[in-house]
Design a protein around this ligand. Structure first.
Ligand code: PGA
Length: 259
């Protein structure tokens, strides 16, 4: 991480937690992290819990995000949720193009692009995900894949728009597998992402942009990741479902941040 950028730790709860469980979890997080001000903290519950959690998190340092959105504002799109509805429910962030959405729900760079634009239009901060499959890494295509994802996801963006985006690098082989990328592997990908974005959007934009790492982040590996120059935080799945483990991740990230 760099002092230019405030670290951000985001919990992606995926398809977990009833409303009651969600309230219980953030109530604990509020207590465990009440004094935390050097790291930005966000939780992304299922859609059904957003509105209730926004009440529980009122005036708290923990903020709320959603896990997806649709790019149209309203109309005949059964099952979809728009940026303005998320904003109204209390979300400030939205994860877009997570690899599970790309793998299981046919998300493409084009849909990720439309969704990221829709998030910005509605004043939500997009956390737009990129990352290679194991087969792509093993066949030496990692950087080509990431470059294509960046090009497609942010096609037509202005530097001013790009400044409002968070990018998450999530190697698919590290998600939910317990196989974390080594700090050096993650740093290599993060530096590549920043360099590519600098080529398109300018060095100043790229220097200010936060790039999170995601994939089997835990309390005991976050500090080594955060010591890398281009890693500005984490998108945490499994380990965000338990209050103590998420709080420990935030605290260990903060220790690196204040050094
Ligand atoms: P994980 O998930 O931490 O459970 O590996 C990360 C993610 O999918 O964002």
């Amino acid at each position: 991480m760099s002092p230019l950028r405030k670290p951000i730790i985001v919990g992606n709860w995926k398809l977990n937690k009833t409303i009651k469980e969600a309230i219980n979890l953030v109530t604990q997080l509020k207590r465990l992290l009440a004094d935390m001000d050097v790291v930005d903290m966000v939780v992304c519950p299922p859609f059904t819990a957003i509105s209730d959690l926004s009440e529980v998190l009122m005036e708290s340092n923990i903020r709320l995000g959603a896990q997806d959105l649709y790019w149209e504002e309203k109309g005949a799109f059964t099952g979809e949720v728009s940026g303005s509805l998320l904003k109204e429910a209390g979300a400030e962030f939205v994860v877009i193009g997570h690899s599970e959405r790309r793998q299981f729900f046919h998300e493409t760079n084009e849909t990720v692009n439309k969704k990221t634009k829709a998030a910005l239009r509605n004043g939500l901060c997009p956390i737009t995900c990129v990352g290679e499959l194991l087969a792509e890494r093993e066949s030496g295509k990692t950087f080509q894949v990431i470059e294509n994802q960046l090009k497609g996801s942010f096609a037509g963006f202005s530097p001013a728009e790009m400044k409002q985006v968070i990018v998450a690098y999530e190697p698919v082989w590290a998600i939910g597998t317990g196989k974390v990328a080594s700090p050096a592997q993650a740093q290599e990908a993060h530096a590549f992402i920043r360099r590519k974005l600098a080529e398109t959007f300018g060095q100043e934009t790229a220097n200010g942009l936060r790039i999170q790492y995601g994939g089997s982040v835990k309390a005991d590996n976050i500090a080594d990741l955060m010591r890398e120059a281009d890693i500005d935080g984490a998108l945490v799945g499994g380990a965000s479902l338990d209050a103590q483990s998420f709080a420990d991740i935030v605290r260990n990230a903060a220790l690196v941040a204040v050094k």
